[in-house]
Design a protein around this ligand. Structure first.
Ligand code: VGL
Ligand code: ZN
Length: 204
Protein backbone atom coordinates (compact mmCIF):
# COMPACT_ATOMS: atom_id res chain seq x y z
CA UNK A 1 0.00 0.00 0.00
CA UNK A 2 1.38 3.40 -0.96
CA UNK A 3 1.97 6.29 1.40
CA UNK A 4 -0.90 8.29 0.08
CA UNK A 5 -3.69 6.24 -1.43
CA UNK A 6 -6.92 7.82 -2.60
CA UNK A 7 -10.26 6.02 -2.67
CA UNK A 8 -12.00 6.36 -6.02
CA UNK A 9 -15.74 5.63 -5.87
CA UNK A 10 -17.07 5.03 -9.36
CA UNK A 11 -20.60 5.89 -10.50
CA UNK A 12 -22.78 4.72 -7.60
CA UNK A 13 -25.82 6.42 -9.09
CA UNK A 14 -29.51 5.53 -9.05
CA UNK A 15 -29.59 4.54 -12.71
CA UNK A 16 -26.86 1.94 -12.15
CA UNK A 17 -28.68 0.39 -9.20
CA UNK A 18 -31.60 -2.06 -9.34
CA UNK A 19 -34.70 -0.22 -10.58
CA UNK A 20 -32.58 2.30 -12.50
CA UNK A 21 -32.43 2.80 -16.26
CA UNK A 22 -29.28 0.67 -16.50
CA UNK A 23 -29.53 -1.25 -13.25
CA UNK A 24 -26.49 -3.37 -12.46
CA UNK A 25 -27.62 -6.61 -10.80
CA UNK A 26 -27.03 -6.19 -7.06
CA UNK A 27 -25.37 -2.83 -7.72
CA UNK A 28 -26.64 -1.47 -4.42
CA UNK A 29 -25.29 -4.46 -2.48
CA UNK A 30 -21.82 -2.88 -2.42
CA UNK A 31 -22.86 0.42 -0.85
CA UNK A 32 -22.37 -0.55 2.81
CA UNK A 33 -18.80 -1.71 2.05
CA UNK A 34 -18.11 1.42 0.02
CA UNK A 35 -19.35 3.57 2.89
CA UNK A 36 -17.01 1.78 5.30
CA UNK A 37 -14.09 2.44 2.96
CA UNK A 38 -15.11 6.10 2.64
CA UNK A 39 -15.17 6.42 6.44
CA UNK A 40 -11.80 4.71 6.78
CA UNK A 41 -10.06 6.96 4.26
CA UNK A 42 -11.71 10.07 5.65
CA UNK A 43 -10.64 9.22 9.21
CA UNK A 44 -7.06 8.82 8.04
CA UNK A 45 -7.09 12.10 6.20
CA UNK A 46 -6.76 10.37 2.83
CA UNK A 47 -8.59 11.72 -0.23
CA UNK A 48 -11.89 10.26 -1.39
CA UNK A 49 -12.90 11.04 -4.96
CA UNK A 50 -16.27 10.28 -6.56
CA UNK A 51 -17.04 10.00 -10.25
CA UNK A 52 -20.46 10.15 -11.84
CA UNK A 53 -21.83 9.44 -15.30
CA UNK A 54 -23.36 12.73 -16.43
CA UNK A 55 -24.88 12.63 -19.90
CA UNK A 56 -26.76 15.11 -22.03
CA UNK A 57 -30.11 13.89 -23.44
CA UNK A 58 -28.61 13.46 -26.89
CA UNK A 59 -25.31 11.60 -27.08
CA UNK A 60 -23.71 8.91 -29.26
CA UNK A 61 -23.45 6.90 -26.04
CA UNK A 62 -27.20 6.13 -26.23
CA UNK A 63 -28.74 3.47 -28.51
CA UNK A 64 -31.06 5.95 -30.13
CA UNK A 65 -28.06 7.90 -31.45
CA UNK A 66 -25.80 5.00 -32.41
CA UNK A 67 -24.45 3.82 -29.05
CA UNK A 68 -24.96 0.76 -26.88
CA UNK A 69 -27.10 1.99 -24.01
CA UNK A 70 -30.59 3.02 -23.05
CA UNK A 71 -30.72 6.63 -21.82
CA UNK A 72 -29.25 6.82 -18.30
CA UNK A 73 -27.65 9.29 -15.89
CA UNK A 74 -29.02 12.31 -17.71
CA UNK A 75 -27.74 15.51 -16.13
CA UNK A 76 -30.00 16.81 -13.38
CA UNK A 77 -32.35 13.81 -13.26
CA UNK A 78 -33.02 11.59 -10.28
CA UNK A 79 -31.36 8.68 -12.09
CA UNK A 80 -28.11 10.64 -12.25
CA UNK A 81 -28.04 11.37 -8.51
CA UNK A 82 -25.80 9.38 -6.24
CA UNK A 83 -27.69 6.52 -4.57
CA UNK A 84 -29.31 7.93 -1.42
CA UNK A 85 -27.50 5.38 0.80
CA UNK A 86 -24.05 6.39 -0.48
CA UNK A 87 -22.08 8.57 1.94
CA UNK A 88 -20.60 11.53 0.09
CA UNK A 89 -18.82 13.56 2.78
CA UNK A 90 -19.14 17.33 2.46
CA UNK A 91 -16.34 18.79 0.42
CA UNK A 92 -15.62 15.54 -1.45
CA UNK A 93 -14.22 15.87 -4.91
CA UNK A 94 -16.85 14.90 -7.51
CA UNK A 95 -15.89 14.49 -11.15
CA UNK A 96 -18.38 14.13 -14.00
CA UNK A 97 -17.92 12.33 -17.28
CA UNK A 98 -19.78 11.56 -20.49
CA UNK A 99 -20.82 15.16 -21.18
CA UNK A 100 -19.49 15.29 -24.74
CA UNK A 101 -22.33 14.16 -27.07
CA UNK A 102 -19.79 13.01 -29.66
CA UNK A 103 -17.66 10.83 -27.40
CA UNK A 104 -18.46 7.42 -25.93
CA UNK A 105 -16.22 7.45 -22.86
CA UNK A 106 -16.05 5.33 -19.71
CA UNK A 107 -12.85 6.20 -17.87
CA UNK A 108 -12.69 8.39 -14.81
CA UNK A 109 -9.60 9.88 -16.45
CA UNK A 110 -12.01 11.54 -18.87
CA UNK A 111 -13.97 13.10 -16.01
CA UNK A 112 -13.82 16.70 -14.78
CA UNK A 113 -14.61 18.66 -11.65
CA UNK A 114 -17.14 21.47 -12.02
CA UNK A 115 -14.15 23.78 -12.40
CA UNK A 116 -12.94 21.80 -15.38
CA UNK A 117 -10.03 20.05 -13.71
CA UNK A 118 -9.37 16.47 -14.80
CA UNK A 119 -8.76 13.47 -12.55
CA UNK A 120 -5.07 13.14 -13.28
CA UNK A 121 -4.27 16.71 -12.27
CA UNK A 122 -6.57 16.52 -9.25
CA UNK A 123 -4.77 13.39 -8.02
CA UNK A 124 -1.42 14.98 -8.71
CA UNK A 125 -2.37 18.02 -6.67
CA UNK A 126 -3.46 15.77 -3.79
CA UNK A 127 -0.12 13.96 -3.87
CA UNK A 128 -1.81 10.60 -4.48
CA UNK A 129 0.50 7.65 -5.23
CA UNK A 130 -2.03 4.81 -5.36
CA UNK A 131 -5.69 4.38 -6.28
CA UNK A 132 -8.10 2.13 -4.44
CA UNK A 133 -11.08 1.63 -6.73
CA UNK A 134 -14.63 0.49 -6.00
CA UNK A 135 -18.05 1.04 -7.58
CA UNK A 136 -19.96 0.40 -10.81
CA UNK A 137 -19.65 -1.08 -13.30
CA UNK A 138 -16.84 -3.65 -13.22
CA UNK A 139 -16.86 -4.27 -16.97
CA UNK A 140 -17.12 -0.61 -18.06
CA UNK A 141 -16.18 2.32 -15.91
CA UNK A 142 -14.25 0.46 -13.21
CA UNK A 143 -12.31 -1.44 -15.88
CA UNK A 144 -11.56 1.61 -18.04
CA UNK A 145 -10.53 3.72 -15.04
CA UNK A 146 -8.24 1.07 -13.59
CA UNK A 147 -6.54 0.41 -16.93
CA UNK A 148 -6.06 4.14 -17.52
CA UNK A 149 -4.48 4.59 -14.08
CA UNK A 150 -2.12 1.66 -14.66
CA UNK A 151 -1.21 3.04 -18.08
CA UNK A 152 -0.20 6.25 -16.31
CA UNK A 153 2.00 4.31 -13.92
CA UNK A 154 -0.28 4.62 -10.91
CA UNK A 155 -0.64 1.47 -8.78
CA UNK A 156 -4.24 0.25 -8.48
CA UNK A 157 -5.98 -1.87 -5.89
CA UNK A 158 -9.55 -2.92 -6.65
CA UNK A 159 -11.95 -3.78 -3.83
CA UNK A 160 -13.16 -7.11 -5.15
CA UNK A 161 -16.27 -7.24 -2.99
CA UNK A 162 -17.18 -3.59 -3.65
CA UNK A 163 -17.61 -3.71 -7.44
CA UNK A 164 -20.42 -5.12 -9.61
CA UNK A 165 -20.72 -5.59 -13.37
CA UNK A 166 -23.35 -5.12 -16.08
CA UNK A 167 -22.50 -8.43 -17.83
CA UNK A 168 -24.29 -7.62 -21.09
CA UNK A 169 -22.62 -10.87 -22.13
CA UNK A 170 -22.27 -13.37 -19.29
CA UNK A 171 -18.67 -13.44 -18.10
CA UNK A 172 -17.81 -9.85 -19.10
CA UNK A 173 -17.00 -8.90 -15.52
CA UNK A 174 -14.76 -11.91 -15.06
CA UNK A 175 -12.88 -11.01 -18.25
CA UNK A 176 -12.58 -7.40 -17.07
CA UNK A 177 -11.12 -8.53 -13.74
CA UNK A 178 -8.58 -10.68 -15.57
CA UNK A 179 -7.59 -7.77 -17.82
CA UNK A 180 -7.10 -5.47 -14.84
CA UNK A 181 -5.01 -8.12 -13.12
CA UNK A 182 -2.88 -8.76 -16.21
CA UNK A 183 -2.12 -5.04 -16.40
CA UNK A 184 -1.00 -4.98 -12.77
CA UNK A 185 -4.06 -4.26 -10.64
CA UNK A 186 -4.18 -5.96 -7.27
CA UNK A 187 -7.45 -7.16 -5.81
CA UNK A 188 -8.34 -7.13 -2.13
CA UNK A 189 -11.40 -7.78 -0.05
CA UNK A 190 -12.39 -4.49 1.57
CA UNK A 191 -11.79 -5.94 5.06
CA UNK A 192 -8.20 -6.78 4.11
CA UNK A 193 -7.68 -3.35 2.56
CA UNK A 194 -8.59 -1.82 5.92
CA UNK A 195 -5.76 -3.75 7.55
CA UNK A 196 -3.28 -2.86 4.79
CA UNK A 197 -4.17 0.78 5.18
CA UNK A 198 -3.67 0.63 8.94
CA UNK A 199 -0.24 -0.94 8.48
CA UNK A 200 0.91 1.51 5.82
CA UNK A 201 -0.15 4.48 7.86
CA UNK A 202 0.40 3.39 11.44
CA UNK A 203 1.73 6.32 13.46
CA UNK A 204 5.49 6.27 14.28
C1 VGL B 1 -21.12 2.92 -17.49
C2 VGL B 1 -22.35 1.86 -19.10
C3 VGL B 1 -22.73 3.07 -19.62
C4 VGL B 1 -20.26 2.83 -16.28
C5 VGL B 1 -21.47 4.14 -17.99
O1 VGL B 1 -20.13 3.84 -15.55
O2 VGL B 1 -19.72 1.74 -16.01
N1 VGL B 1 -21.55 1.79 -18.03
N2 VGL B 1 -22.29 4.20 -19.06
ZN1 ZN C 1 -23.06 6.16 -19.45
Amino acid sequence: MGKRAALLVVDIQNDFCPGGALGVPDGDAIIARVNRAVALFTRRGLPVVFTRDWHPRVTKHFKEFGGAWPPHCIQGTKGARFHPDLDVPKGSLVLSKGMDPEVDSYSGFQAFTDRGRDLESALHELGVDELVICGLATDYCVRATALDALRRGMPVRVLRDAIRGVDLKPGDSEIAEKEMRVHGARFSESRVMARLLAKARSPP
